[in-house]
Structure formats: C-alpha cells, structure tokens
Design a protein around this ligand. Structure first.
Ligand code: UD1
Ligand code: MG
Length: 400
C-alpha cells in the first residue's frame, strides 16, 4: 500500500516536472542563442538559429524531481529512530544512479559546447558509469548468467562471467548513450524514440511489479516516470517543426538513464530488446563509424527540390575502401539494404548507412514529419516484438 502511495506522489511530482519543463523551455530560447548554443535546421530552407542543447533543461528538472523524491521514497525509514533498519544499499544505489546520470548530463552539455571528438564520446560514458559499477560490485557482485536451454549441453546451466560482466555493463552505458545520438537528425526523433523506449520500460516494470523482483522494478519506475514527464515536455518543442534542438546533452542523459535502470533494475537484456532499431542502426552504421568507408560529419537525409527528404550519400575513392569495407558493402548489397552507384571517375557513391536513410530508400522521398512518425512506428512495433520475445518466447530458452 505504501508503495502505491509513493508511486502516486511520484506521478504528481512528475506532472509538476512536466509543467515546469514545458514553461521554462520557451523562456530560455533567446538566452541559449545569445550564448551561441544554436544550430541550423539542415532540413529546412530557412536560416533560422534553432537553440540547441535543451536536454540540459529536461535533465535538470528530472534531477530536481528525483532529489525531492528521495526523502519521500525513504521517508518511512528516515522517520524511524533505528538507523540499523535503514536500507543503506538501496539508498546508495539511488545516489549512484543519480550521480552517473548527472555526470552524463554534464559531459553531454560539454560536448554541445565544445564539440568533442568521437573518441571522447566513447570514453565519457565509460567514466560516468563507474560509480554505478562500483555500487553494483558492492551490493550484488552477481556476474553469473543463466545459459539458454539450447546451449546447456556444452556450456552448462550457468556461467560466471566475472570481470567480463563489468565490461559488458560499461559497454552498455556507451552503447545506450551513443545509440540514440546516431539515430538522430530529423525533428523529434531523439525525444520520440526515447519516449517510446521509456513507455515500454514503464509497461514492463508495471507488469513485473507483482513478480519476484518487485523491488528492482519499483526502483526503475521511480526513475522512468519523471523521465517520461520531462521528455514529453521537451518533445512538444522538438517536434516538427522544431523550435529547439535537444543536443547531445539529451541523448547522453536519456541513454545513461536507460543504462542505469537496466543495470540496477537487473533487466539489462530485456532493456536491450527495446533498443532493436538502435542496435540495427548501429550495426548498419559500423562501416562508417569505424571508417571502413567515408563518414561525413552529418549523415542525415537531405532536403530535395520538392521539399521532401531524400537519402544522403557518401562518396569514396574505390582504392580507399578497406577489405572489411568492401565485404560490408557486398553483404548489404546482397540483402538489398544499400543503394550503391559506381561513378565514371571510379568513385563509389553509397547512401549514408543509417536507418533513417534506409527507410527513405525503401519508401521513397517523404516529408520530415511523416518520416519521424514512420521511424517512431517502427520503434513501437519493435517494442511489441520485444514483449513477445520476453514473454511467450522466453519459455523456449529459460524456465519462466
Ligand atoms: C550525429 C550523427 C550525424 C547526424 C547528427 C544529427 C553519426 C556518426 N553522427 O552526430 O550523422 O547528422 O547526429 O543530430 O551518426 N539537426 C537538424 N535537425 C534535427 C536535429 C539536428 O538539422 O532535428 C542538426 C542541427 O544542425 C544540429 C546538429 O544536427 O545543430 C546536431 O548535430 P550533433 O548532435 O552535433 O551531431 P553528432 O551527434 O556529432
Ligand atoms: Mg548529436
């Protein structure tokens, strides 16, 4: 019953966070432009300055909401005189989670201000996830995974991954933060995809609240409800036509929030199921991300003369494409998920390898708003698929 009341208070505070974020954003637009925090909307004809890095506003209202919620979540224990009954481990978990999110928000904002290099974008989330991993080590240090039924004959029932499990969790933080950032560049996509993932997590936690790991899912709910509220407020201004850009600040903040609740909520594998489009986009992007083929600064679609979006292309000199690059291009051509042209000067022209461009190749030129809706639709369908894998199909692989 107490849990129920705390969740109601969380929802009320989150509504307040939504209203605050919704009201603060328009007031800060000019201030951001004056501070040179703006970008040009690359898919519009106008040269307007669009204020950027507004993820910092959502992130701050989120953190404030969480800080105010802490005494409420632990209220009963704080009022008790017996300190030995205080749930120190849960409290530390929450503080470490907030520290990691706060760190990532700061690092994301630095990225927007300083335009960091790609290697820093990989390093920073690893560093920001360290407090989390230390708490995981102190509180659980459970690094054993259950082997799926079909592999048990040769791997056994469970494997202790030891240090490798910590490497996996560190990489999860790097993946979540960057995966959202590279599936971006059209109005409303960063916030929209985060909202769909967050709602999927909310549904999953609500279902699992009556299960064996209720405490871990309650922990996740305490984070995800305010996150949905602040994201929804930001989406209102980031939706087509964008009045503000969310910046890397938001992508890192959202990614770290997901990583934190996946790790400390003990459902990192299920959480990755909600990232199916991002995983596909990452794998599809690898030839460009690892520079096997040319990767331009922006890979977003280009505005064509009809006012619709068409795929953008990267040009490479055939000689400069590495063997791995050639193999990737062959593989993508085999599955017909790439558009390649060989030019008369011997150069190769292929679409920039993002899910956004792939959609445009498959459906043809589309206006920006429709494209965002289609991509969010794909995200929602993938979430439904994730639930099918997690529930009916899971019994094929595990005892559930
Ligand atoms: C990542 C992508 C890059 C993509 C960019 C778009 C990789 C390796 N990098 O780079 O290909 O072009 O995100 O966010 O995949 N913008 C718009 N409309 C939007 C959102 C952003 O035109 O709806 C433009 C604005 O000019 C804005 C800029 O993108 O200033 C932000 O880009 P930034 O976040 O700095 O790019 P990266 O994250 O480095
Ligand atoms: Mg970005």
């Amino acid at each position: 019953m107490e849990t129920f009341y705390i969740l109601i208070i969380n929802i009320l505070f989150s509504i307040f966070a939504f209203i605050s974020t919704y009201n603060i954003i328009p007031r800060l637009k000019d201030m951001f432009v004056s501070a040179n925090l703006y970008g040009k909307d690359l898919n519009k004809k106008s040269e307007n300055k669009i204020p950027e890095a507004f993820g910092v506003v959502s992130g701050c209202t989120f953190l404030i909401t969480m800080f105010v919620l802490i005494p409420i979540i632990f209220g009963r224990h704080i009022l008790q005189n017996d300190t030995s009954l205080f749930p120190h481990s849960e409290f530390i978990e929450m503080l470490a989670a907030l520290l990691s999110i706060c760190c990532m928000l700061l690092l994301g904002f630095s990225d927007d201000v300083l335009n960091l290099r790609w290697r820093h974008k990989l390093l920073l989330p690893t560093v920001a996830s360290l407090p989390l991993l230390v708490v995981y080590y102190i509180n659980f240090n459970s690094t054993t995974i259950i082997v799926p039924k079909p592999f048990r004959d040769f791997l056994g029932v469970s494997i202790n991954l030891g240090l490798l499990y910590y490497v996996y969790m560190g990489m999860l933080a790097v993946f979540c933060t960057n995966a959202i950032n590279i599936l971006a560049g059209i109005n409303g996509l960063e916030t929209g995809q985060s909202l769909v993932i967050a709602i999927s997590i909310l549904i999953f936690n609500s279902i699992e609240l009556s299960g064996d790991c209720a405490q871990a899912h309650l922990f996740s709910l305490h984070f995800i409800i305010p996150f949905i509220a602040v994201t929804f407020a930001l989406l209102k201004y980031n939706w087509y036509p964008s009045e503000v850009f969310v910046g890397d600040t938001y992508c890192y903040f959202a990614g770290m929030t997901f990583a934190v609740i996946g790790i400390l909520g003990h459902f990192s594998k299920t959480m990755l199921l909600f990232f199916i489009p991002q995983i596909f986009n990452f794998l599809y992007s690898t030839p460009q991300l690892f520079h096997f083929i040319n990767c331009p600064r922006h890979r977003i679609p280009r505005l064509d003369k009809y006012g619709t979006l068409s795929p953008s292309y990267a040009e490479c000199n055939k000689v400069n494409i590495s063997i791995i690059g050639r193999m990737c291009l062959k593989l993508f051509s085999y599955f017909k998920i790439i558009h390649i042209e060989e030019k008369s000067d011997g150069n190769i022209k292929c679409n920039n390898l993002t899910l956004i461009n792939l959609c445009l190749i498959l459906i043809g030129p589309t206006n920006e708003k429709t494209l965002t809706i289609i991509l969010l639709g794909i995200q929602a369908v993938c979430s439904m698929f994730a639930f099918i894998i997690r529930y009916p199909l899971a019994s094929l692989f595990y005892e559930v």
